[in-house]
Ligand binder design. Structure first.
Ligand SMILES: *Cc1c(COP(=O)(O)O)cnc(C)c1O
Length: 220
């Protein structure tokens, strides 16, 4: 597994405006450093404990992305350094991020995680839950939480039309939220969607961030 060349190959297939988050969960720091040596600076982890074990031993200019289900009692461990939380999916979680971001004198950018896939297990707001969350407006009081866009996952299936439809829905929800709530807010701009198996379709459907693990680091 040559991590540096995997990243190079991925980069040439991704337009310049799309950010690649290298998903390093279950891979050790030595492999993360190989990617770092290939100029990769954005990494994604899905478990707080794993992230806080890895982060102190790695270069300080890495941007850490949190992409997994985030428990409220663990927010405090990542609040000092997290670059972007992709998985904001409740008001209670937002209030805890607000509290911990304030305690650290930071603004923490967060994406609204949307559940559009045909699978029970995936977390996230349903489209209507997210509409209600935005309409209630509590987020306006959270001056340390910066809503920065949306994140979603497609169903794990070979049916490319279904995957495309789900990415299209995520993008259209982004457009709806943008025009209803953030027309003049330049921070609300990200659409995080697409993984190793489906990132080309995600990019065609408007992704601004892709989250790729297996294609870079190999099987977990
Ligand atoms: C693991 C994971 C990824 C990366 O998946 P690959 O198929 O290995 O590219 C992307 N997003 C989330 C939320 C993940 O949990």
């Amino acid at each position: 597994m040559n991590i540096e060349s995997n990243i190079e190959k991925l980069r040439v297939s991704v337009p310049a405006g799309v950010k690649i988050v290298a998903v390093s969960k279950f891979h050790p720091n030595e492999e993360i450093l190989e990617a770092y040596n290939g100029s990769q600076r954005s990494f994604g982890e899905s478990r707080v404990q794993e992230l806080v074990e890895k982060q102190p031993g790695l270069p300080g200019d890495i941007e850490w992305h949190f992409i997994g289900n985030l428990q409220r009692n663990k927010v405090k461990f990542i609040a000092p350094f997290i670059h972007l939380v992709h998985s904001l999916d409740s008001e209670r979680l937002m209030l805890e991020i607000e509290k911990q971001a304030a305690a650290n004198h930071r603004k923490i950018p967060c994406l609204l995680q949307l559940h559009v896939a045909d699978e029970e297990t995936k977390s996230g707001f349903s489209p209507d839950e997210c509409r209600r969350f935005l309409a209630r407006g509590k987020w306006r009081d959270c001056t340390h939480v910066q809503l920065a866009g949306v994140m979603g996952m497609a169903t794990y299936t070979d049916d490319q039309m279904q995957v495309r439809k789900e990415f299209r829905l995520i993008r259209s929800l982004f457009g709806e939220f943008k025009s209803d709530y953030f027309p003049d807010d330049d921070h609300f701009k990200e659409i995080s969607m697409g993984m190793s198996g489906d990132y080309p379709v995600a990019i065609e459907e408007g992704a601004t961030i892709i989250r790729v693990g297996t294609l870079i680091f190999g099987e977990r």
